[in-house]
Write a protein that binds this ligand. Sequence first.
Ligand SMILES: Cc1cc2nc3c(=O)[nH]c(=O)nc-3n(C[C@H](O)[C@H](O)[C@H](O)COP(=O)(O)O)c2cc1C
Length: 326
Amino acid sequence: MNSFGRIFKISIFGESHGRAVGIVIDGCPPGIALAEKDLEGDLARRKSGAKGTTSRREDDKPVFLSGVHDGNTTGSPIAVIFHNADVISSDYDMFKDVPRPGHANFVAKKKYDGFSDIRGGGHFSGRLTLGLVTAGVIAKKIINPIDVKANLIEAGGEKNIDKAIQKAIENNDSIGGIIECRSVNMPVGLGEPFFDSVESLISHLVFSIPGVKAVEFGSGFKAAAMTGIQHNDPIISISGKTKTNHAGGINGGITNSNDLVFRIAVKPTASISKTQHTINTKMAEMVDLEVKGRHDLCIALRIPVIVEAATAVVLADFMMINKTIS
Ligand SMILES: Cc1cc2nc3c(=O)[nH]c(=O)nc-3n(C[C@H](O)[C@H](O)[C@H](O)COP(=O)(O)O)c2cc1C
């Protein structure tokens, strides 16, 4: 199941070392100006190259197969692919029998009877998020004037990201991080009560980003230790603006016009060169593993723009749902 959305529907496909990864976006309105250069900024933010990211280099050039003509979306499905080129698949051969702790190798082998593509993480690779970023660029145009921004606010438990990365490099280990996402110029009324609440659907899409382990909205887990008078956000304007924003901009699953604020926790990268214990499934014995090859040391560095995309896709879908019922 690789699809998400009610009206603005996305389906991602591909494997890290297959011919390409990509996305099909269905339900996109016609007449949205869209050129390849519109994708450049967000795709560059997802790219590797910075300290603490993988040495795999891809040009991440989008190839539009359908749905865009004369610089505008046409209203029919938009299919975009990204070719894979810089692959060293032999680095992954051993994981067929010796699964990396913390990665999807073991569960993929069991679930797909050994047929899943293990090269570069296969379908579980962070490379699949290229499509999500693409959908995010289009969704950001649809939700304008809402502006979504996410930032890495902490890595490896440190506010000083560079220091944390340097420490992890010296320790030959990986680290995680916390990303905060804030959407401004929010209207009242996006989201549905219960199953399709704003929290539910943002969490749903954000948890599809490989490596995301937790999400909290507004004051999140801290709310449990607050009293009602501390946590309730006093309403100070007729438009619904509040003095504080412990609710993170959502009441009853519906946006309340205040900034939509949430944070996510990203785990440390599974692939590390330190010695780890795992199994050899063929020999049915315990073995030691030191992962070689090219990996991100802190995947959280590359995730903020993906979180923005996930948020924009969810908000675009909610806007389109509202249009069908008003
Ligand atoms: C942009 C991005 C890059 C990633 N790079 C790596 C990597 O280099 N090595 C690795 O082991 N996992 C990497 N991951 C994470 C794996 O895809 C993910 O940890 C794995 O599928 C299992 O994680 P999960 O249990 O959280 O889904 C990356 C994820 C993202 C979003």
